[in-house]
Design a protein around this ligand. Sequence first.
Ligand code: WQD
Length: 340
Amino acid sequence: MTTKQKKILVTGGAGYIGSHTVVELYHSGFQTVIVDNFSNSEKRVLDGIKAIIKQPVTLYEGNCNDETFLKNVFQQEPDITGVIHFAAYKAVGESVQKPLDYYQNNIGSLMTLLKVMSAFHVSNLVFSSSCTVYGQPDQLPVTEQSPKKMAESPYGNTKQICEEILEDFVKSQAQLKVTLLRYFNPIGAHPSAHIGELPIGVPNNLVPFIMQTASGIREKLTVFGDDYNTPDGTCIRDYIHVVDLAKAHVKSLYYLEQREGSSFFDIFNLGTGQGNSVMEVIKAFEQIQKEHLNYTIGPRRSGDVEQVYANVDKAGTLFNWKAELSLEEALIDAWRWQKA
Ligand code: WQD
């Protein structure tokens, strides 16, 4: 089959990274089926996707934890050749308040998906994981061989447990090929401003908070600590444009399809390979806006690691992929989306 007929199930496809990945899948000639329960996304995201790809979007509204629902999707869409699994709760702070919701949803959904994929003999899976599994790495940049650290939150723990479930399941001779993608810090929005990040309530993450401060929704940004052991005292992260991240998912599907054999499991860091501090992000945005951002220095946020950024050689070599968009481009796209 050409990629035109290849159909990919995207769970959480109405989410931030999911929606951008659906767009890049279309650009690469794939068809997609979106599953989403809209617990952390909005239906208008589908209008944004349609505005970009100029095609209808197939949606099944429901919960990946619901085996009957998921089986029905595979029955209705028998030509699904692969799955990208985004659907999960992902707010670190919320996971501390509601650990059972996080364990039930994040682990339960993956296990149900694996059971249904096996039943329908769908063997290609791209799994959304996070650099949070590294905690504070001992060496930087962090490679896929770097040891996983004790999770700082139930959210991070669900990611670690899901990674172990996948590795064990593939080892059990399941007919499954998995690329497990560890995201660093996704930021920005599609340049069309039809889709972007939709934080619900007060944003936890830095860039959406900057955008809401600059647009007057928030009075000021608080920098969580400037007494870290970094050049300017603020934490360092690897901020990757969400469009670059989405493109890496398409590349990882091609990579899976080329893999011989019936079972495969491998892990890939998806970042830019470059670290930037909180202050560098603020200064970059002020430079773009040519105006001051209202921020104060506050106390450290518990659970924050001091520095984490990726060694991205593996995805570069095996996926023939590299992040192309800069921090500045991501901030410009985020601001255009904020204004839209
Ligand atoms: C980045 C830096 C903050 C807000 C989290 C999750 C991770 C992934 C991405 C899901 C830190 C500082 C932030 C603010 C600030 N999510 N900051 N003021 O914590 O690196 O990663 O989101 O997969 O799993 O842990 O991202 O954007 O929250 O913080 O100073 O108002 O910005 O202290 O140093 P983080 P973030």
